[in-house]
Design a protein around this ligand. Sequence first.
Ligand code: HEM
Length: 149
Amino acid sequence: MNHHLLLIIHLLSATIWVGGHLILTFGHLPQALKTKDQNIILNYEKKYEPVGMSALVLLVITGILMAYKYGVSLDYWFQFASPIEKVISTKLLLLFLTVAFALSAQFRVIPKLKSNPEKLAEMAFHIISVTIIGVLMLVYGSYIRFGGI
Ligand code: HEM
């Protein structure tokens, strides 16, 4: 697929992934914590999850395809040897961290949060962490057009 088209899909997906998490962090989380109402978070998650997860899958697919077009194939990952490969390897590490937080939220925190508002603080930690990591991935991505880091 054409690199420009991949980039457009990547950017649209980044908008959904990062934008959705910023809305959650700044728009819904403060109210949920203030009123101790976990349903504010759970209702948002339920609506956002299918869109957000599809965006994340598209980010990974288009990101890896663009990495290959930059000559950074699987054999070069995690060597931290060249400027563009450094950015891509860092983004992959941040991606693994995101997946770890997502799995922990889905299987550890959310099932308990449904009946226990005390779990809101732990959920807030997961939400804020994934949001910061998303913003970092966006910032790292922006370095590629300047030749990497
Ligand atoms: C939350 C996940 C991600 C976000 C928010 C994100 C965001 C971005 C952004 C904003 C750009 C800047 C494009 C530009 O300069 O116009 C970018 C570029 C890029 N990203 Fe990602 N990205 C994510 C995941 C990934 C992954 C998993 C990979 C693959 C390992 C990847 C590989 C790339 C590449 C190769 C570029 C350079 C595209 C180009 O300018 O030609 N990204 N990303």
